[in-house]
Design a protein around this ligand. Structure first.
Ligand SMILES: [Zn+2]
Length: 293
């Protein structure tokens, strides 16, 4: 129902949807696919992190977007999250999988743990995190209304189930649920910050999970976070604290099986038209004042 309402803008010829599922992750996820098509997409919010790379996974069209740019030149606080999600939606994407590297806040969540969170805590400081900020998208264009989306459950329940099922199918027992706390970065946490995060009962800490999920919700996209623990955070381990080298090593060692899980999750996601989750009703009762792409 929301689908027809939010895509009410007449489509120009040749702009038929080119992907249904988006994966925000680097070349390690799409470089093994045949026939990858690169397309540059612009948005009213500027350029996304990179081109979209379109390929087929399990018979479904997937748009991959390197979150940090293909050369990994964008730090977490400089990523244009609004442009990224807008670009994905504009090519037809309605469900997004967002893998990311995180630090474990409990000793049992060591490197190599796959945790599919069900909650997020925003501790970022300076990121544009809404499309409804009262400013026109384009000079002279319509002004978005004030809109408050429901975010009590920030992740798509169907997407979470698909991710959990995919991990189990690859003998990688995932942690089902937990809280991802997102810090501004780019520095890692101090020991005191890390211990405080752990004392709150939060599970893992990262730098990119917010505002991806809330922007997806504002665009009525299903969003699922898959977090890969690459290190124990500073307050949890006894050594010298997290190093970037350590993070990259663990991520590289796990990128192959994470790709397998992502692809299986893509196959397990519901068809676009068959989604019945809360994500597709995020705008029920609201007059947006703008058309979504
Ligand atoms: Zn959903």
């Amino acid at each position: 129902m929301a689908e027809t309402r939010t895509t009410a803008l007449p489509k120009a010829p040749g702009t038929a949807p080119r992907a249904q599922i988006g994966v925000i992750g680097g070349s390690g996820f799409y470089s093994f696919l045949d026939n990858v098509t690169e397309i540059a997409v612009d948005t009213p919010y500027g350029a996304p992190s990179d081109s979209l790379f379109l390929g087929e996974v399990a018979g479904r069209q997937v748009a991959f977007l390197p979150r940090h740019g293909r050369k990994h030149h964008l730090p977490p606080h400089r990523i244009n999250y609004r442009a990224n999600l807008w670009a994905l939606r504009s090519v037809g994407v309605r469900q997004v999988l967002g893998p990311c590297a995180v630090g474990g806040l409990r000793p049992e969540y060591g490197p190599g743990t796959l945790l599919v969170p069900d909650q997020v805590v925003d501790r970022t400081k300076a990121r544009a995190q809404t499309y409804f900020d009262g400013e026109p998208l384009l000079a002279g264009g319509p002004r978005p209304n004030v809109v408050h989306v429901t975010f009590a459950d920030p992740y798509c329940p169907a997407g979470r189930l698909a991710a959990l099922k995919a991990a189990r199918g690859r003998d990688w027992e995932p942690v089902d649920g937990g809280t991802l706390v997102v810090i501004e970065g780019p520095r890692f946490s101090t020991r005191a910050e890390s211990r405080w995060h752990a004392a709150q009962g939060w599970s893992v800490v990262g730098m990119t999970g917010h505002p991806e999920a809330v922007l997806a919700r504002e665009l009525e996209l299903c969003y699922t976070s898959l977090t890969l623990v690459t290190d124990l955070d500073a307050g949890t381990e006894a050594g010298e604290g997290v190093s970037h080298q350590e993070v990259m090593q663990v991520f590289s060692a796990n990128v192959g099986r994470l790709r397998e899980v992502l692809f299986d999750a893509v196959a397990a996601l519901p068809a676009t038209a068959e989604r019945v989750c809360l994500c597709v009703r995020a705008h029920d009762g609201w007059n947006l004042g703008i058309e979504l792409p």
